[in-house]
Design a protein around this ligand. Structure first.
Ligand code: SF4
Length: 239
């Protein structure tokens, strides 16, 4: 049976190997936290290019956040139509802005910098349409708070390696992995970035390139012959 310290050692070892493979990055995020907040909503199930076009068109047509909040819904849907599910995202964005402006008087979230991590996380996740992933991305990238975004790539790679159990959700993985890592924003930023890149470039959804992987010798999914049933990975029988 694997102990807590074994899991921590394995997590830190994988982190160190990816640090060496990809190189340690300084923390960076979009300069404007409001851009990060709205851009993250637009990015859901959307390519980066289409998210960028949607955000740019939105800001060109509605230069102030108040005008986005008050825009006729069909016009807003049209402005962000390059993002997938614009009819879902447009009301999310308007609800979010209405809530934010009602609560704080302005469309600005810079005050989060001065809140504790727990306070800032609670404030963000209480907003309509903002889940754990968006909140952690914003707090780590823009405000250097010690949280760990677990997106689909981080979830898949950590599960294949066996750092988290085969049925552990991305939400639960956030807590489990965070407990094993130093509460250092630079460490958490690099852990997120490296696992994200590894999931995009090597440990891909359908055909992971295990022959190129620096983590292969510690990977339980590889050792199972890519047959282990994992909640983050499609069944190979369904390919
Ligand atoms: S060995 Fe294969 S399945 Fe395991 S982490 Fe590397 S690429 Fe992914």
């Amino acid at each position: 049976m694997t102990s807590q310290s074994d899991e921590t050692t394995k997590t830190l070892d994988a982190h160190q190997r990816l640090n060496e493979f990809y190189g340690v990055q300084a923390i960076y995020g979009r300069a404007d936290p409001m851009h990060e907040l709205v851009g993250t909503i637009l990015s859901h199930r959307t390519t980066h290019h289409n998210e960028v076009v949607a955000y740019r068109t939105l800001r060109e047509r509605f230069p102030s956040w108040e005008s986005v909040r008050d825009a006729p819904l069909p016009d807003l849907i049209d402005a962000i139509k390059t993002a997938n599910y614009p009819e879902v995202k447009a009301p999310y964005i308007q609800n979010l802005l209405a809530h934010l402006i009602r609560e704080t008087g302005v469309a600005n979230i810079d005050f989060l910098r001065d809140l504790s991590t727990d306070e800032a996380m609670k404030w963000l996740t209480d907003l309509p349409g903002i889940g754990l992933k968006t909140a952690t991305l914003l707090l780590l990238f823009n405000f250097q708070k010690p949280v760990l975004p677990v997106d689909t790539h981080v979830h898949r790679v950590t599960q294949r390696l066996g750092l988290i159990g085969p049925k552990v959700s991305a939400e639960k993985a956030h807590t489990l992995l965070l407990e094993r890592l130093p509460a250092d924003p630079l460490v958490l930023f690099n852990f997120h970035k490296h696992f994200y890149w590894h999931g995009q470039r090597v440990c891909t959804w359908y055909n992971p390139r295990c022959g190129e992987c620096v983590l292969r010798d510690q990977c339980v999914y590889f050792q199972s012959g890519l047959t282990l049933a994992l909640s983050s990975t499609p069944s190979r029988k369904n390919k």
